[in-house]
Design a protein around this ligand. Sequence first.
Ligand code: IDP
Ligand code: MG
Length: 149
Amino acid sequence: MERTLVILKPDAVQRGLIGQITTRLEQRGLKLAGMKFIQIDHDLAAQHYAVHKGKPFYEGLIKYITSSPVVVQVWEGKRVIETVRRTCGATNPIDADLGTIRADFAVEIGRNLIHASDGAETAAYEIPLYFKEEDLVTWSRVTDQWIME
Ligand code: IDP
Ligand code: MG
């Protein structure tokens, strides 16, 4: 089983898209393991985006992610990291395939609505920034057998 971190970024919250974006992940059949509504401070943003420090968009990115509350989620399942990334679409919404969250709801790379861990190592780094192990719930869902073999 894999876990991945998702952030519904400030634009998603301000635009009232928490429900619609979460629905995309739920209707795919993915299973939620944790969720909270928080304001990311500068320190947490710097930890989360440490890999991008020094890039031209870094300062703007930190300002964006700290500008308003966000919803942080953990989703759990087989190959969930790749499944969520593909459901989000390419980083730049212009390049994202139609039917993905970024293509269907966004137009600019700097306002692309959603973050998702890009690999197992990244997920292992990102999830503990937001959730303690005991905050995450592993549960059995009545529909599991109709979603997964
Ligand atoms: P990802 O979110 O698809 O993993 P990354 O390359 O990790 O994309 O970049 C992190 C975030 O930084 C993006 O989601 C986007 O919000 C922002 N970003 C990336 N490149 C640019 C850019 O060229 N201009 C503005 N913002 C950018
Ligand atoms: Mg990334």
